[in-house]
Write a protein that binds this ligand. Structure first.
Ligand code: NAD
Ligand code: TDX
Length: 332
């Protein structure tokens, strides 16, 4: 058995990663380290509770991180503050968890020689013009726009420096927008689905023309496993389905799939500094490691996601009111 430490394993992508690993890689013995912030939910791990050891703790806790990393062959680092709107309102937790937290993980990995995979985002590159075929590549210079993306860019830089200066055995990946089950109701797709389910009108920022590249969370996690198995140490891999849609298109699709008129939404004030378009060129991952997205059809992936939220109101209802109260403060 290989021993794997998953940070942030009670969050959206981390929990799906743990489920995916239990299903597809039973040779891993998994420990999750998660601080259970507003975004973490232990119930996300209910389906695999018997197969996973859960530790409630903070990645900034030097001694705890040292102890857990010393017992791990592989560390997969998802833990982070992840929501752009929150970072605009209150950046400090982003600096702490995303930068200091990653530093603590790196120092522990350096001491104990564990293999590290660092999870990051396409947002570190800034944005692309709306009407262009340009894509981010592994060579695109970093140019983050928000406190969130600046903190993730900083964490990536730390990982690269620890590889080069200390020989830490790390890989990095920068994925495009994810969707799927267990995504917090603050994020675009779950916010709109759950608004429809409670009879509230969905909320589209600004003109709704901003473009995102939507990737199913299981496709992201399959890529992470390929990189863990066959990725080259020190290398970065971009991950993305190639399916780009404007926010307006996604919202209209959700409304259509939920049997609502496709204009039944409100336009709300734009996000400050709102990135226009993200698009990842994932050919390195595809050519070197043979990755292909399995959820190639966004419509059916979205329909399954809508069904998941419809069938799991117990999971999101307790968080919905508090989330919308936060948005009301932001005027969005
Ligand atoms: P999330 O907010 O749903 O989950 C984050 C998890 O990290 C939560 O369980 C939270 O409790 C935990 N956490 C936060 N601070 C912590 C700390 N100091 N110590 C321990 N645990 C802590 O986020 P997500 O959407 O699942 O994102 C996971 C990772 O993937 C992040 O690194 C994010 O930057 C990256 N990412 C996300 C997307 C996306 O579309 N959601 C896309 C690309 C990359
Ligand atoms: O109510 C909304 N209305 C709206 O129009 C919300 C919540 C969002 N939006 C827009 C903003 C974005 O253009 O939808 C798009 C997606 O928004 P988010 O779900 O907040 O995602 P984004 O800002 O693109 O960042 C996401 O992808 C990259 C994740 O939250 C990050 O963690 C990841 O790094």
């Amino acid at each position: 058995m290989r021993r794997m430490l998953v940070t942030g394993g009670a969050g959206f992508i981390g929990a799906n990663f743990v489920h995916y690993t239990v299903r597809n890689h039973p040779d891993y013995q998994i420990t999750v380290l998660d601080a259970l912030t507003y975004a973490g939910n232990r119930e996300n791990l209910n389906p695999v509770a018997d197969q996973v050891t859960f530790v409630h703790g903070d990645i900034c806790d030097t001694d705890l991180v040292d102890q857990l990393v010393s017992q791990a062959d592989v560390v997969v680092h998802f833990a982070a503050e992840s929501h752009v709107d929150n970072s605009l309102h209150d950046p400090e937790p982003f600096i702490r968890s995303n930068i200091i937290g990653t530093f603590r993980i790196l120092e522990a990995v350096r001491r104990h020689g564990s293999r590290l995979h660092h999870i990051s985002t396409d947002e570190v590159f800034g944005d692309l013009p709306l009407d262009s075929d340009e894509r981010f590549t592994e060579q695109t210079p970093y140019d983050p726009s928000s406190p969130y993306s600046a903190s993730k860019a900083s964490s990536d830089m730390l990982v690269r420096a620890w590889v080069r200066s200390y020989g830490v055995a790390a890989t990095l990946s920068n994925c495009a927008n994810n969707y799927g089950p267990y995504q917090h109701v603050e994020k675009f797709i779950p916010r709109q689905i759950t608004n429809v389910l409670i009879g509230e009108r969905p909320k589209l920022y600004g003109s709704g023309q901003n473009v995102r590249e939507w990737t199913h969370v299981d496709d992201h996690n399959a890529a992470v496993h390929l990189i863990l198995e066959r990725g080259r140490i020190g290398e970065t891999y971009l991950i993305g389905s190639g399916d780009e849609r404007s926010n307006r298109e996604i919202l209209e699709l959700i409304l259509q799939l939920m049997g609502q008129p496709t204009d039944a939404y409100d336009l709300v004030p734009d996000r400050p500094g709102h990135d226009l378009r993200y698009s990842n060129d994932s050919s390195k991952l595809r050519n070197e490691l043979g990755w292909r997205p399995q959820y190639a059809d966004l419509e059916s992936g979205l329909a399954a996601t809508i069904d998941w939220y419809r069938n799991n109101t117990w999971w999101w209802e307790p968080h919905k009111r508090r989330t919308e109260a936060k948005y009301q403060l932001l005027g969005r």
